[in-house]
Write a protein that binds this ligand. Structure first.
Ligand SMILES: [Zn+2]
Length: 211
C-alpha cells in the first residue's frame, strides 16, 4: 500500500493546491459535458487520454465497456447513464473500447471463462459480438480478430444505449450525441466510428470531416 498512500499524500500536499479554487467550485456541484464509458483495464486513463480535468467527464467503467440493454432491467450502468443524461445533461456520450481487451478476448474464447462465472455472465450482454465475428469475420485470427471484436462490441453498446429511455429521449430532442471510440494501446491513437463510411478512423480526421 506504500506507493498508493504516498501518491495520496503527494496529491493532497502538492497537486490539490494547484486546483484548490476549482475543487471549491466543484464542491458546489458538477456540470460535466461528457459521459465516458470504458473498460476497467488499468491501461486506460480517461483524463490522461482526453486532457479533460476534474468535473469535466462523468465516467462508467466495467469489464468490456458494456452497456446492458434496457431489457436487462435497472443495472448500475443504466442508473449512471440515466443520471448523467437526465440530471447532469451531458452533451456527448462516448463508449470507448481498446485494443488487447481482456474481456473481449474472453468473450471470443468462452472456454477461458469456465472459472470466472461472473465475468462470463456479464459478457453475455455482448454475445452478439461472438456470433458476428464467427459469421462475418471468420477469416480473422489472433489480435486482428480481437480488435474487430472490440470494434463490434463498441457498436453493440451504442445500440444498447439507444434502448435506454433517457438516451433515446435526449437523442430525439438533439440534446445528446453518442460516439464509439477505440483506444489503441500500442500507438496511443484513438479511432472514432464514422457512421457514413462505417469505419473506425482517427478521431482527429473524424472531427475535421465534421467542421
Ligand atoms: Zn478491456
Amino acid at each position: 500500500m506504500k506507493m498508493i498512500v504516498e501518491g495520496v499524500k503527494a496529491f493532497h500536499k502538492e497537486h490539490f493546491h494547484d486546483y484548490k479554487e476549482l475543487f471549491e467550485l466543484l464542491a458546489r456541484g458538477q456540470n460535466p459535458r461528457y459521459l465516458f464509458i470504458t473498460c476497467s483495464d488499468s491501461r486506460i486513463i480517461p483524463h490522461f487520454l482526453t486532457g479533460l480535468g476534474p468535473g469535466e467527464v462523468f465516467t462508467i467503467r466495467n469489464a468490456g465497456n458494456i452497456v446492458p440493454p434496457a431489457t436487462a432491467g435497472p443495472t448500475g450502468e443504466a442508473a449512471s447513464i440515466e443520471y448523467a443524461v437526465s440530471v447532469l445533461k451531458v452533451r456527448h456520450a462516448i463508449v470507448c473500447g481498446h485494443s488487447k481487451c481482456g474481456a473481449v478476448t474472453g468473450l471470443m474464447n468462452p472456454e477461458s471463462l469456465d472459472k470466472l462465472p461472473s465475468v462470463s455472465g456479464f459478457l453475455r450482454h455482448s454475445e452478439a459480438v461472438y456470433r458476428t465475428i464467427k459469421t462475418r469475420h471468420a477469416h480473422l485470427q489472433g489480435d486482428e480478430m480481437v480488435l474487430q471484436a472490440v470494434k463490434e462490441n463498441v457498436l453493440l453498446q451504442l445500440k444498447h444505449m439507444k434502448t435506454l429511455p433517457s438516451v433515446a429521449g435526449a437523442m430525439s430532442r438533439k440534446e445528446l450525441d453518442i460516439h464509439g471510440w477505440v483506444f489503441m494501446i500500442e500507438t496511443g491513437e484513438i479511432l472514432a466510428h464514422d457512421a457514413s463510411s462505417r469505419q473506425f478512423i482517427p478521431v482527429e480526421q473524424w472531427f475535421m470531416e465534421r467542421c
